[in-house]
Design a protein around this ligand. Sequence first.
Ligand code: MF3
Ligand code: CO
Length: 250
Amino acid sequence: MIRLKSSEDIARIRAAGRIVAEVLAALRERARPGVETIELDRIARAMIEKAGAVPSFLGYGRPPYPASICTSIDDQVVHGIPGRTRLHEGSLLSVDVGACLDGFHADAARTFAIGAVAPDAAQLMRVTEECFWKAFAAAIPDNRIGDLSSAVQRHAESFGYGVVRQLTGHGVGYALHEDPDVPNFGTAGRGLRIRPGLVIAVEPMINAGTADVEILEDGWTIVTRDRALSSHYEHTIAVTEDGPVVLTAE
Ligand code: MF3
Ligand code: CO
């Protein structure tokens, strides 16, 4: 069931989204060679709690997610668990952050270069972000979810990249994950009709190699099956009469 949001609801999701954006901006500065990913988790949790919010991911799902953010390195696609792992020069680090403020959730992710990265890694990051903005531009009333999905897929595949199919974007706001699913692959003109009040997390997950992924024994970490690099870019967005707006902005 899709629950459209009022403009008051959207303002509350935006307030949660501002916290998420501030955390991502702080972590971008702290994500340097030698840093342990658990340090980033501590910083994020402290910032979220200081802002009067709750980390949306902590305790989520089965097995309960054990941290406040996800930190996914190189061939890890999403849902990497922060720990004593140190970041290395040349790696890609995807950071995913969710915050719940006064009962309203926002969710966003970014992939950061750790020090200098190879040109192919930089291109993967750039194209993944471009995929997001192509989907964003398609999020206008009377379009369909398939218009967003196909925009992502067409752009990624034009570079020979693999689009992850086992995970999708999602409705968000009253809960971290709501209907509808927002796949990163599909057919233009198909799927749910987009209407004002729709709030969704749009999150292309793009692999340098094939689309296939698998889950590690920790029950959370998703990696590329071929162990090639992966990148992630996510914002929570709202559809208004005048078009889409980003809610996870500072
Ligand atoms: N952006 C991710 C997602 O929508 C965050 C979920 S992490 C979890 O899947 F731990 F909460 F699952
Ligand atoms: Co999400």
